[in-house]
Design a protein. Structure first.
Length: 210
């Protein structure tokens, strides 16, 4: 992980990688299936980049670096991120948020950073890098399974399979591709990490099985 990417988290975290008061997207829990939560997210704004590489870890690193460039001032208003202290000369500040999202697309891997809730399409600074695109996300419902420790491709596959199995036979059915969400800096102690796999879902009219 590059120094630039690591600095996204360092000012707001302890040596253990604690994320502190980092903002996360608001959601309402509308149902539970064992360890799986069904969450309803409001509309939100994200910065996206797609990395064309078959290696999931390399894609994550490249994507983080591009998004770091955007939130560290690589945008039309030279807005810089605010951590624990104001950044000199910045006209606005983009606070750290979590999670960073990763999902496979036909063109590679999409890495996504959710902007703080105070930003919308009208007031968010535009990226200077044309590989970074702002996306308005509609309200969505996700089935989410949380896990800690490894966030390797194998670990994501394992927990995604467990999530899909939990949904089978329930009243919640997949309506899109799985996505992985990572909340913590890379140096966080593995057992303290908050990782999640999520699948967009819709509710069927069928009565769930007992």
């Amino acid at each position: 992980m590059t120094t630039l990417v690591g600095s996204l988290f360092s000012a707001g975290c302890s040596v253990f990688g604690y994320r502190g008061d980092t903002e996360t997207p608001h959601y309402d829990v509308v149902d539970r299936i064992g360890d799986v939560t069904i969450r309803r997210y409001a509309a939100r704004l994200a910065a996206d980049t797609v990395v064309d590489t078959p290696d999931v870890i390399d894609a994550r690193q490249q994507g983080f670096k591009r998004l770091a460039g955007y939130i560290f001032g690589g945008n039309t208003t030279k807005t810089e991120i605010a951590m624990t202290a104001p950044v000199a000369q910045s006209t606005q500040k983009i606070e750290m948020t979590a999670p960073v999202s990763q999902t496979r697309t036909g063109a590679g891997w999409r890495i996504r950073f959710f902007l703080p809730s105070r930003f919308n399409r009208a007031n968010a600074p535009q990226p200077n890098d044309d590989r970074v695109v702002l996306q308005e996300l509609p309200p969505e419902t996700f089935a989410v399974l949380r896990f800690s420790n490894s966030r390797s491709e194998a670990a994501v596959r394992e927990h995604t399979a467990a999530l899909e199995q939990a949904l089978a036979g329930s009243r919640w059915q997949p309506s899109g591709a799985p996505v992985a969400w990572f909340y913590d800096p890379p140096w966080t102690l593995p057992f303290l990490r908050r990782n999640e796999v999520a699948i967009p879902v819709h509710q069927t009219s069928e009565t769930p099985q007992p």
